[in-house]
Design a protein around this ligand. Sequence first.
Ligand SMILES: [Zn+2]
Length: 379
Amino acid sequence: MKFDLDDYLSDLETIVNIDSGSEDIKGISRVADFFEKKYKNLDFKVKRHFISNDSDTGCSLEITNTDTEEYDVLLIGHMDTVFPKGTAAERPFSIKGRRAHGPGVIDMKSGLLLIYYIIKAVEDEVTEDPLSICIVLNGDEEIGSKNSRTLIKEKAENSKVSLVFEPGRANGDCVLERKGISGYNLKFIGRAAHAGVEPEKGINAVVELGNWIVELDKLNNYEIGTSVSLNLIEAGTASNVIPAEATASLDLRFKSEKERKKVEDKLEKLQKNPFVKGIKTDVVHRGMRPVMNPSPKTMRLWERVDKIAQEYGMDINWQSTGGGSDANFTANQGVPSIDGLGPAGGEAHSVDEYLELDTIEPRFKLAVDLLLSLKSNPL
Ligand SMILES: [Zn+2]
């Protein structure tokens, strides 16, 4: 099983230097072109989704080596990043010491590319009766996989195992548990009035919002993993006008459905019983990722990963995180799912993001052995 780090880094440089922020539909399409060509060279079938003119996200690729709709393994990575167009020109791919930098290098162009190297090695190794493989590379993960989630769920439903190549944690750990995420847009509509001449005629949207902030803050319970955060607020038009409108964006993270329900019940109650007379409120659910809890089958898959890691002398553990990924969807479909299988690094979503070069080859070997073991000894 050969791995050429120089080849890998040269490919990585190419894709990191293509801007592919979630809004940059053309950029995502260029990354898709890169992978379409590579997988077609391996004789894989490549199907592009969400490419119509009215698609509001970048495309997704469905890549497979089989005509059946049943897969031994589903591998997932995302092509989009959180960085706007122009970032790659500002700070292109670079290597300093044993770390690589550049937009999306850790989240997750390195993992995205590693999937290809893994598949290529596995295809070289197993020539007869190969594993049936499905790969989904989506272009909207950073905006909640709003279009691709259906595709991912559908593919997960027909797969025995799901492996997600989001980055390994800074210490190399994988991820078996992720919190659920739910987002809401809150809107308050009152009535504007001159703050000096006739304030009594106003219906103050900010006062209503302020009361909601205090009430919702009471639902935070970090010990059991619930966080209720109002992270974006807009209100008012001028310093002498009673604000007629206020909006807020709510981010909820939870480890149990019960906690999610608690917050939603509270939102309903607040809406029914406004603090400010005459105010109108609107709560729009932006979408949700379900909780990813490690099932007994996921634990069996993890034991296998752990065993292979030990054979290579790697010390990898698993951890739980509050950040969501597409593994939330696959785990929720009841498919054993492991995430964080990509190379390790840190400071994702920031200018300081980095990839640890020395974790690339070990992660490659780990995943190749895991896939080969799924062939010889299905879970
Ligand atoms: Zn990511």
